[in-house]
Design a protein. Structure first.
Length: 565
């Protein structure tokens, strides 16, 4: 069969559809990327067919709850019909055309998934953002992306209105709300009357499917563009080997909708494998809701940021009986080995850490069945060739610290992004020799496991020693007093810079004598890791500055230390 000549509409399917085995072969470069590919038509609608023939278990495709009795369960068939209606809304009353960019600023509500699939069907470029964005953040994103349409909920509507006059490209505002609002089209109203007859656009594999903004941990978020193929086909292997997904699984990825982690964990990886995407609206993050949800629903697979696990292990987890939980994942930030041990000790479950980026998806991971070395990010995730390289692009041997890099020449991995939007210089700057450089430093050991040292900018150089903050933070975390910490460089008249730790204390230690505790923590670090790494300065704080994705912003603390604003 010649994939390029297939019709998208399932009823007019002329050729055998691509299978999961085909997708895997494409990722391994054993077969070419098809010219045309559309995730909605070629994957979601295929699962809808398999539902009809009983080739897929009766799990929903999307299972949403809000913790207040609200619940939505859609099969792939229902998702198909409803997303066609949403596609009609976007193309008819909103008048959007293939290639137009749509900013979608919604909380974790089912409409986020509807609009996402509707954009895929119609060849629109989906651009999600969290509802925690401020008017200034929104302005930056709308102007940088020249979005034609914005889909938002009540909580962001006033902020949008305050900056609208500065966004000349924005033609349509769609409000997802039971109430109407002056100057906005009502999604609900239009959706109600919209036709489910929508044949979809025959997109090319290379057509843009989404623009994800990076977390902005180190500066302004960058707009990373992905294609139908890079997300729709490129996450197949990570879904199988890292997330261990089958169509009978129910995956709860706790991440906010605004980040690549939502694309990986709440859309493409689970759905390519026909698994169920579980969503809790989680207006506010709290450990009670997470634990109750795992006890009340048959969730098999859980994916959270390390910060969530750090909070969860503070609880007495043995008191909870999780219904079906069998597999746990962490990603987005380094995961301290202590947390891996505590989670396993208390729940009996192994934590599988993955290391990824908005630009590439998952680079390294602790794959299912692989021996886990706590504190390591695992091996290069298939089919990626991940290496540690030097400043000239040469591969460094095991044990040598350098920059974590992904081979992109002579063959670009399928999962690789198309580039930063309107920024060819920045895109080009990520290439060194045959590699894409991540901007993160690490070491590979003799067994091929990767160990994260820190973002290149976060590495501390003190008295000639190079010190990675993660190792010091992990040593601190072994101490009962420490819930979490951030380690940064601080100026010192003699040494140039020294290690400083900002420490959040656990409840029982909050009233301890700070000087005594400082000495105790310093002593602990000296025993746990090479003594030159110990924090010469310690400051106790109530909380750490974080990105909305929950990542520690060490650069904010560092700038403060050095008197930079
Ligand atoms: P920006 O590029 O805007 O500064 P960001 O790099 O945080 O933000 P993301 O693409 O969301 O934006 O995050 C990718 C980065 O997160 C990685 O480059 C790495 O620094 C960090 N990261 C992700 N997973 C892990 C992990 N398992 N261990 C250590 N670091 C991780
Ligand atoms: Mg980055």
């Amino acid at each position: 069969p010649k994939p390029g000549s297939r019709h998208l509409h399932q009823d007019r399917q002329l050729w055998a559809p691509l299978t999961l085995a085909d997708f895997e072969a494409i990722n391994r470069c054993e077969r070419p990327l098809p010219e045309n590919f559309n995730f909605a038509g070629d994957v979601l609608d295929q699962w809808a067919q398999k539902e009809k023939t009983g080739e897929r278990p009766a799990n929903p495709a999307l299972w949403w709850v809000n913790g207040k009795g609200g619940e939505v369960k859609w099969s792939f068939g229902e998702l198909g019909t409803l997303s066609r209606k949403a596609a009609t809304v976007l193309t008819e009353p909103c008048g959007l055309r293939r290639g137009d960019r749509v900013a979608v600023i919604l909380p974790r509500i089912p409409e986020w998934w509807l609009v996402n699939v509707a954009c895929m069907r119609t060849g629109l470029v989906f651009m999600p953002g969290t509802v925690q964005l401020t008017a200034k953040d929104l302005l930056y994103r709308l102007r940088a992306s020249k979005a034609k349409c914005l889909v938002a909920s009540d909580e962001v509507a006033p902020a949008v209105e305050s900056i609208m006059s500065e966004c000349p490209d924005l033609k349509t505002k769609l409000l997802v709300s039971p109430r109407s609002r002056h100057g906005w089209l009502s999604f609900q109203e239009l959706f109600h009357g919209a036709s489910a007859e929508h044949s979809g656009v025959r997109t090319a594999s290379q057509d843009p499917v989404a623009i994800y903004f990076t977390s902005g941990t180190t500066g302004s978020p960058k707009m990373a563009q992905h294609s139908q193929g890079s997300l729709g086909i490129g996450l197949t292997l990570c879904g199988r080997y890292w997330l261990d997904l089958k169509s009978s699984d129910i995956l709860w990825n706790v991440s906010d909708t605004g980040w690549i982690k939502a694309a990986i964990g709440s859309v493409f990886s689970p759905w390519v494998h026909g698994a169920c995407v579980f969503v809790h609206q989680l207006a506010q993050f709290d450990t009670d809701t997470i634990l109750d949800t795992l006890t009340s629903y048959p969730i098999t697979t859980l994916c959270c940021a390390p910060t969530v696990y750090r909070m969860l292990v503070q609880r007495d987890l043995k008191r909870y009986k999780f219904q079906e939980l069998r597999y746990c994942l962490s990603g987005g930030e380094p995961l301290n080995p202590e947390v891996v041990e505590q989670w396993r000790g208390q729940t009996g479950l192994q934590l599988h850490e993955g290391y990824g980026q908005t630009e590439v998806g998952i680079l390294c991971a602790n794959l299912k069945g692989q021996k886990i070395k706590p504190g390591s990010m695992g091996k290069g995730a298939p089919p990626n060739d991940v290496q540690i390289i030097d400043e000239n692009g040469n591969i460094l041997p095991p044990g040598k610290e350098g920059e974590i890099a992904l081979r992109v020449k002579p063959t670009r991995p399928i999962c690789f992004f198309s580039g930063y939007v309107d920024n060819p210089d920045k895109t080009a700057a990520t290439t060194r020799g045959n590699f894409y450089v991540t901007g993160d430093r690490g070491v590979m050991d003799n067994d091929g496991y990767f160990w994260f040292v820190g973002r290149a900018d976060d590495v501390i150089i003190s008295s000639g020693y190079r010190i990675g903050p993660f190792e010091v933070e992990s040593a601190l975390l072994e101490h009962h007093a420490v819930v979490e910490s951030a380690v940064v460089s601080s100026p010192d008249p003699i040494r140039g810079e020294v290690v400083k730790a900002f420490v959040v204390l656990s409840a029982p230690f909050k009233s301890s004598d700070p000087e005594k505790l400082t000495l105790e923590l310093q002593d602990h670090v000296k025993k746990s890791t090479a003594p030159y790494k110990y924090p010469r300065k310690v400051e106790f704080v109530e909380s750490l500055p974080k990105t909305i994705t929950g990542k520690i912003r060490r650069n904010v603390l560092r700038d403060h230390e050095w008197g930079r604003t």
